[in-house]
Design a protein around this ligand. Structure first.
Ligand code: PNS
Length: 160
């Protein structure tokens, strides 16, 4: 299971999904609904963009996590949670979640280093760049840039 907010899905996420698929026969891209963050894109848009991005990857599907990730992981019967690491800040953020998810579900988290060429790619940065008119289309799968720009225009630029 590759969980996240995917607000929006980036080439960094896709890289990690591909790496997860190289280790596991089946990969679920799990789009969280109740992340602590206020999302720019609604969950339907985040799911639709993720589905389009993984459409050509056999054995990969997208699902919504309606509540607690640990419950969802158990319900699906996932072998592992897979998370990408870009650097030390990701370790600091991810290890407590991995420990909590293991505490709640018994399921381990597998950390995979992402492509170093994508180490600067984060959904938050992508949104910030787009908010100020910067180019993001080479950082995200096709169609995502347009969705982000449309959401920013509708939102008035206040969402994180
Ligand atoms: O892409 P993100 O925002 O870094 O992903 C964080 C996410 C969505 C994986 C995390 O917030 C999550 O699992 N949310 C679902 C609710 C939950 O289980 N929270 C406790 C996590 S230990």
């Amino acid at each position: 299971m590759c969980p996240g907010s995917f607000d929006p899905i980036t080439l960094g996420h896709l890289d990690v999904v591909r790496r997860a698929r190289s280790m596991f026969d089946e990969v679920v891209v799990a789009v969280a609904v109740n992340s602590a963050k206020r999302t720019l894109l609604d969950v339907g848009t985040r799911v639709a963009l993720a589905e389009k991005a993984v459409a050509d990857l056999a054995g990969v599907r997208v699902e919504i996590v309606p509540g607690l990730l640990a419950d969802f992981v158990t319900g699906v019967g996932a072998t592992a949670i897979v998370k990408g690491l870009r650097g030390g800040a990701d370790v600091d953020a991810e290890v407590p979640m991995a420990l909590m998810n293991r505490h709640l579900s018994g399921v381990e988290t597998v950390f995979v280093p992402g492509d170093s060429a994508l180490a600067h790619v984060a959904s938050s940065l992508v949104k910030d760049v787009a908010r100020f008119g910067g180019a993001i289309d080479d950082l995200v799968p096709p169609g995502v840039g347009d969705a982000v720009r449309a959401a920013l225009a509708a939102d008035g630029g206040t969402a994180r």
